[in-house]
Each structure stands twice: as C-alpha cells, then as structure tokens.
Design a protein around this ligand. Sequence first.
Ligand code: ADP
Ligand code: MG
Ligand code: MG
Length: 873
Amino acid sequence: MKNLLGGKGANLAEMCNIGVPVPPGFTLSTEVCSAYYDNNRNYPEGLKSEVEAAIAKTEEVLGKKFGDPTNPLLLSVRSGSRASMPGMMDTVLNLGINEEITEGLAKLSGNPRFAWDSYRRFVQMYGDVVLDLKPVNKEDHDPFELILEAKKEEKGVELDTELSAEDLKEIVAEFKAEIKKVTGHDFPDDPMEQLWGAVGSVFGSWMNDRAIYYRRLNGIPSEWGTAVNIQAMVYGNMGDDCATGVAFTRDPANGEKIFYGEYLINAQGEDVVAGVRTPQPVNDSTKSDPSHATLQELMPKPYQDLVDIYLKLEKHYKDMQDIEFTIQKGKLWMLQTRNGKRTAEAAVRIAVEMEKEGLIDKNTAIKRVEAESLDQLLHPMFDPNADKNVIATGLPASPGAATGKIVFHAEDAEVWVEKGEDVLLVRTETSPEDIGGMHVAKGILTARGGMTSHAAVVARGMGTCCVAGCGAIEIDLKKKTMTVDGKVLKEGDWLSLDGSKGEVIEGKVPTIDPELSGDFGILMGWADEVRHLNVRTNADTPHDAEVARNFGAEGIGLCRTEHMFFEGDRIKAVREMILADDEAGRRKALTKLLPYQRDDFYGIFKVMHDLPVTVRTLDPPLHEFLPHDDANQQVMADEMGITLEEVKAKVESLSEFNPMLGHRGCRLGITYPEITEMQARAIIEAACDLTKEGINVLPEIMIPLIGTKAELVDQKKVVVSTAEKVMEEKGVKVNYLVGTMIEIPRAALTAHEVAEEADFFSFGTNDLTQMTFGYSRDDAGPFLKEYTSKGILSDDPFQTLDQSGVGQLVEIGVQRGRQTKPDLKIGICGEHGGDPRSVEFCHKVGLNYVSCSPYRVPIARLAAAQAQLNNPV
Ligand code: ADP
Ligand code: MG
Ligand code: MG
C-alpha cells in the first residue's frame, strides 16, 4: 500500500480502517507521478474525471460542496512519498477558497476572523509553493512574511492571532497585489484551477533541489515518485476551542516511555513546526515552565481522546509513532501518523522496552535498530568530571557531544567543513534550505523552536547533536555574532554542545569513551545469541585492544606491525636496518628492534588473553620509513653518521614508480628473511613468556600479499623454524597458526593450492578492491566522488564491498580454500568488516568472522545478527 499511496496516504487509509477519526479524502498514487514524469509532465488520461468523482464522494460524506460559497468544502493538498521526507515537499491548506467563498464561510461559521485567516493562509501558501514566491536564498525575506510583519506593527500587535478579520482582509489584498507584481497574473479564484495548480506543484516538488539532495543523502531512488493526498480541511483556527499539534508516542531523543508533544491554540498546520509562536506542551507530565498551559489542562476531553488514539496506534503499528492532529471546536482529528524518527539511543531503548512490554519479540527488536546508527552511541562523550562553563541551556533536542567553531549560515558550514574545520551551525531557527549545512555540522544550536522544530527533527534523523530553542542566545547575522548574557561570541569561536542535556558550553570540553551498558548491553546480548559470524577487531596497541574487547571483540583480526616501527627510538633502528648494506648489518639493527616488538606483542596478547590475535608481518614498502625532505634527511644522516648524499642515494634507490604494486608484503620477507625471523621471534617469545605466567595466548601469524602458494611456503618455513627454536629456548609450547591474507586476485583464484599451506585465510579487501578494480586507493578519491555522483558506481567500493565483482573473488576464495580444507577458518580484515551491508555479505558467503576498528565492533555485532535474521543458515 505504501508503494502506491506513499507513506502518508497509506497511513491515513490505515487509520480510517482501524476507526481513528481522519478527515475524508483521497490519494493520487505514485504511479500518477511516474506517469506524469514519463509523459513530459503531463497528466495521464482520465485523471481529471477520476478526481472529480472522488471530490464528489468527499462532498457527499461531508454534505459540503467544493466551490460552493454557501457551504464550501476546502481541501488540503499534501505530498507523501514512500519513505518519509520531512519538510522536503510542501503542503497547501484551505484550497478552494476565494473572496466570495470567504464571505460565505464567515457567515456560515459566524466567525469572519477564521474565514479571513483561512483565506490569508491559503493565498500565502499557494503563493509560496505553487506560484514560487518563496525566496530561494535564506537571506531574502518571504514577501508575505514582510507584509504580515508590517501589518502587525501597524496595528500594534505581536501575534497573528491578535489580527482582526478586517486586518486579515487587508493583508489578503496586499498579498494578491504582491503576487500580481511578481508574476504578472491575477491570483486564481477558480477552485478547480487552484486544485490542479497545487497538484502539479506537489508532483513538481519531487524534483526540487531539496528533495533531490535528501534522496541522495538517504539513498531513495528518484523513480519512486510522490503521491498526492487530497483531503477535506479541518480547522484548528476557528477559535480558542481549536488547536493543532504534533506528538511522539515516546520520547524520540532518549526513548523514554512518555507521551511527548507540542500544540498551539487557534492555529493551523505548520505554525507548530515553523516556530511562529512558541508551542506549549501537550501533557502535564512534560510541562517544565509553569507559565505554560497544557492541552491536558485546557481541553481535557480531546486530550483524553488523543491519549486513547495514540495508545491504539502504538499497539497497531507496534512502533513509536510520530503523529499530527488538529482539534476543531473540541473534536479531535488525526492528520498523520508514521513510525517516528529517533536517535540511536531512543531506538535501542524503545526496541528493548517494547520487547519487555510484549509488543515485539527479540528478533524484531534486533531488526528495529539500524546497525550503522549505533555509531552515534560509540563516540566519546563529554567527561562528566571536566570543568565546563555552561553559558546557556536549551532543549536537549538530539543527544551527543559536539565541539566546533561557530558559523551562522548553512552555506558557510559547508564551505568551512570542506576546508577541514569542525563547525557548529548556530541559527535562530533552521529550515529545509539549511539541510546541506546541517548535514556537515558537528552540532546544531537554535535560538527558537521546540522539540518538534525542523532543527530537532532533522538533527535526530541525522544523528547530529542538537540543542534547540535556546532563548538566551541572540544572533546578529550581519555582524556574525551571538550574544549570551552580555558575552559576545564571534564566527569561528569554539563552542561545545551537549545535546543530551541541552547545554551550550564555552570553548572545548574533554571527552571520555562510552560504555555498552543498560538497554544497549541487553540488545547486544540478544544480537550475540542470534549471530553466526564472530566479530574481531583491527588493533595495533594494547589500548585499542582493550577498547575493542570492552565493545565485545572476540579477537584481533588484524594487528599491523608497521605502526609499531614509527614510535620513539624504533624508527632509528628501522632506518639503520634499511640503510644496512648486508645481512649482518640488517641483523644488527633488527636485534635492537626485537625487544620493542616483543613488548608490544606481550601487551596486546595479555589484554586479549584466551582470544585469538592475528599478527601480520611487515607489509608496507620500506621507503615509507625514510624521510623525504632535506631537513629530516640531514637529521637522519647525522644520527647514522653518514652523509646527506648517502641518505639521498638510499631514498632514491628505494623509490618506486608504483609502490603499492612494488617491493612490499611477503616480497620483503622473501628478500630479507631476517625481518620475518625477528618478527616471528618477537611474537613467539611474548607468547612463551605469557604462557609461563599462566596466560592463554592464541597467536596467528599472517603473511601479507601472497599471490602464489610458493611465497607462503617460503615465509612459513622461516616462521616455523624460528618458532620451534624459540619454544625450545624458552622450554614451553604455544599453539600458534600460520596463515595468509588473500588480497591479490591470483591468491583468491588459486585458493585451493594456497590452502594446502595455510591454517587460515583473511581477506584483505582493501588491497583486493584496489587490485580488482585497478584503482589506486590513495589516488582514487577525487574520481570516485565523480563516479558515485554520476551513478557509474553506486557506492565507494572502499567503503562498501563491491559484491558483484570483488565479492566474487571472495566467494571463489572461500569455496576453493574449503575444497582443500573443509574447516578452513576464514575472516575479513579490510575496512569493510565494519560496514553493515558488507557484514551481511560475509555472513552469506560463510566467513567465520569479520574484523573492524574497535569503535565499530558493536555495529558489526548487530549487523551480523541482522544478517542471520534476514538470511538464516
Ligand atoms: P509534512 O509532510 O511537511 O508534515 P503535511 O502534509 O503533514 O506536511 O501537512 C502539514 C500540516 O498541515 C499538518 O501537520 C497539519 O497540521 C496540516 N494539515 C494537513 N492536512 C490538513 C487537513 N486536512 N486539515 C487541517 N490541517 C491539515
Ligand atoms: Mg506532516
Ligand atoms: Mg593489504
């Protein structure tokens, strides 16, 4: 139903079906939109008569007539695509009205102010949306808002509810004059003409820049199209027994089970979201300011109806709902429901609590949380013990901690981030035009707007930290400053935001690592029960190993030894080794490195006791360890007691045209076996020492970049003979494995041969991607961007595994490897090991584990569980 009617239309229909009061209406399906675009922006045949028939039916239900001044039916025209795209496309309310009808409506309702307010709103929305008067640039003012503001000033009132029918009538005339001035045409009076104008505009908005940007951001195909919902109006602007509002059935920021909403008396539609007036809380329990009046207090009966309906909707959809409602003369109408957007924190809590309430089962709970979104919970938080100067407090609209430089314009945010700055976007309020800047900002701060304001909703959807409605700040866009309590902060000043507490903090605040406790821990436990894949981590230091282990890593899938070569004095020994002219010279330098490496492994093995640790022997080309500028080459020459020329000559001799395909990986160990020997000795010595201390160590030595079985045979011989020797010296036995990375296409193709020598395989999908595509990973950035934006590639293959190409090599490697050794242990240690889609692929091809960076371990655990639920084995 959703595909055809769009999310909004489908849910309106479903609410009708379960007996929730919804104003009558009908939906033009997404197929009409597709036909419209396929047919050069022309409507399909027969649409007109079908629409007329549907209007007739709506008229019959309500006993009103579209275009009839004595008893007019007014309509709302609303867009709605399959996936919800908040604020992306525009709604027109009170359609089917003109002066004559307004007079009729005034008479009928006995409320001229309401009638003229409705007409005023219609002319404004129609002018903005359909006739395109809405300014494109944020700096330009909406001409209608200017007229409205001027009129309020002239009449000496602050709120638009204080304007009289006469005032509104004048405003309408001024609006129309403005439209005539800009477009050269009279404002359309004919209701049918208005309707088709609005329908065309909804379809047209599917292809506006904002919508296109949002689709690209969220991977929504443009073929889906939008539906158009045409619905009878209900009026929240008929007086003080009327209202309009939005609510969440649970708190979308932290997931707490409280009904949470905001509303405005005597208002319509977008007033709540747009921040025209400050909305009030719906219920008493969420009221924080005693001067506020809740719906519960003022309209107990419709409030109770609202509570009954939200409970019914949550039970029906079995998920947290985001609802929109209007009260017309004490009668409640529902205008929208959908599964509410939420932060990762809220998603986890809601999933776990709904399982406990018996609303959903564990497997559904696991599937409810988007694995990638956990990223939000895994980033450092502000250290609660740090000194911080809280300069203002707003609403905790979207949790997280963010530090960045202040910018006041969304476009500036994009420019600054492009230059590598961290920014916080500070605005009075945000609007859909700001979406690009909001996306790149580390955090968002607004002076106005509530928990359901545009900034709050979009920030939660993006997982960006947001403090909204911080009334204490005053923004001067011209001077690019914000003032709090007399303190002036300029563009570019550092500021921090705590989105969980709503705090605005001066300067930078130190951070600490998060923990997997509470509901997060419970959900992870459920995921662990379900998943088949093991999850390891890529870690090179005891600290990283510990972080990963706390996040649930079940081993190390890749420990890179080269990073250890750079620290402190070691680099000197490394350079000495590289400079040596013969084996004896190299051995002398390697002897200096041995104790360092042994200590490194000792530390890592100790943290990872009882879990496997895969250590890769030296991989990068040697020139990476040499200095490349004169000054540093001179330092090196002085240290080594040789001339600058000699250093330059060595650097020169090691330089390669194509280092990534040059002398690296096992090729180094084959040329200089003493390097592999030293590394094997360091690994096994550390393992023996720990074994003696009673600590269980499971080292797995991994040879990189082999393309033939013979390369592995060569290196394995060095490792095994060294290990035997060390164990004899130390007088203990350790169980160790020798395996290889599969990262050269030839190794995957000959996996059945390689497996004869390997105890395990680990797919190095970074190099495998590089070599399969023939893209240099270090040079591909600029053109890959172009490739993805032109649709030549759907994703960056270095981020998401290319399943149809590179994936085939993985499959072949698995299948041929296990042809030789049915129980061969196989993992993946490329960047892809933490990418949910790639994790699903790894599950499907039967890998034993994925390995990813420490902070992505929980993401991989959840993704592995979801992979099993979607593809049970
Ligand atoms: P969006 O997708 O931006 O939320 P909607 O189509 O939901 O846009 O419309 C925005 C608001 O307009 C609604 O929240 C509601 O308050 C108001 N609205 C829409 N349809 C009607 C209607 N039939 N009667 C009264 N108000 C309506
Ligand atoms: Mg809506
Ligand atoms: Mg590699």
